[in-house]
Design a protein around this ligand. Sequence first.
Ligand code: ADE
Length: 229
Amino acid sequence: MIGIIGAMSIETEAIIRELQKAEECTVSGVRFVKGNWSGTEVVVATSGVGKVFAALCAEAMILKYQPECIINSGVAGALDPALHLLNVVIGEDVVQHDMDTSPLGDPRGLLSGIDQVSLPADQRLNAAFEKAAAGLEIPALRGRVASGDQFIASDEKRNDVRNTFGAACCEMEGAAIGHVCYVNEVPFAVLRAISDGAAGDAKMDYPAFAAKAAEQSIKILKKAMEELR
Ligand code: ADE
C-alpha cells in the first residue's frame, strides 16, 4: 500500500473522491481513507498545515497502515528562478529551513540526532514522477524541497532560504514527513506544483493558483501510479 499525504483538502480530496472500495478511519484527529486508486492500493490523509501536523500524520499512517512508501503531494512557492507557476518540483531531498542550532556551531538545518541537514527522497518514486510529468508534458524540475513553519512571501526570506540551502521550492510539510519516514525506514517522496513565487506577490498568487497547482500535482501522481502498481 502506498501512503499519500496532502496538507489541505485541495491537495487530497480529488484523490479521495476517486477511491474505489474506500474505507475511513480517524487517528489522532486525522482522517485516513484507504482504497484503490488507478489499480493501486493507497491510503490518503489530509494532515493539516505545518511540520507538526505533517509529522503526526506520517507517524500515525506508518503505525496504522505500514505503507511501503509515503508520497507528499501539494503546492509550493518557487525559489529556483527557472520555475514558473504550475511547474512541478520533484524533491531530490528535503531540508527543514527553520531548524537552527547554528549559535552552537552547527550548520543551519542540522537535524540533531540524525546529524544530517538533508534527507534523500526515494529514486524509484522520483523516476515514476519524472516519467509521468514527461508523458503529460508538464514541466518538472528535480531539486531540493525546503520546509518550515512559515508562509514565505518576501524577497528577504525567499533569498535566505534559496541561498542557504540551494532549495528549488519552499513549503511547510515535506521535510517533516521525510524526517518521520527516515526514522521509520520508510521510503518517501515529495511532489509539489508551484502556486506562487514566495516573494511579495505570493499573497495574491497563492489564492489564485493554489487549487490549480494542487490539481497539477495530483495529475502527475495519478499517472505515476501506473508505473508503481
Ligand atoms: N506553499 C505554497 N506557497 C508557499 C510559500 N510561499 N511558503 C510556504 N509554503 C508554501
